[in-house]
Write a protein that binds this ligand. Sequence first.
Ligand SMILES: [Zn+2]
Length: 276
Amino acid sequence: MTTEPQPDRSDAPDPPACVDCGAPLSGPYCAACGQRVVVEADFSLIRLSRDWLSAAFSLDSRGLTTLRRLIFQPGRLSADYIAGRRQATFGPFQIFVFVTLLFFLLPDNFDILKAPSRWFFNDVEPLVAAKMAALDLSRAELAILYDGRVSTLSKLGLFSIVSALTVTSWALGFGRLPQLGKHLVMAVHAFVMALGLIMLILPLMMLLFLVVEPEMWMGNTLHLSLLGAWITLQQRRVLAIGWPRALLHMVVLIGVLGVSVFSYRYGISWLTLWSL
Ligand SMILES: [Zn+2]
């Protein structure tokens, strides 16, 4: 059907077009960009508050669905996202931004990506002494300078660790899933889970603290076991592989995660102190 020009009716409304992208409209939504046609009635206070409320609640239910599937159905979010089922949940990069922001609100002790001065300085006494002399600072002053700078730099570590996980997952699962981008999705979910588990285990450790004095290794063991189980299930579900191969993938991925966190933490801490 073609649109005929209407020369005689100068007061007629323009043929309807989307105000966002200009595509012709055939209904209350644009078929090209999804924009809903806004009418005057949309600005009544009742309509506005109803829109805002429903936006808030759909955000809420979307967030809850995302959280539930991320934690209790390992691999489901990755498989859904790869298959194109994306409406009910948040995408990997939205989750990544949200969880890392939350993570950086935690007290410094729990930031796995950097070594605070009060631990790190003991490991590198000669460099600390040299820096104190060179900058004419006390140990406390140097510590403040170092802690401030290392916090900023540690955030960059997220990307190097996600990259290491992505390339490893790709190398392991290339035969099943040759596209690197699909492994980036899996790596982002696994990394978010690694950070999320720290945030879930912390309150548990604090509760435990009331009864016995928990050791660092208890939290670490719990974290690695849960993360290992999660990664095994994720690999199994997304790549459709058997248990032995999924377990092998998990061992390699956990190894790479551990090595990259450790080397990043020490690398960046050392570089920060050295460059002061
Ligand atoms: Zn449009």
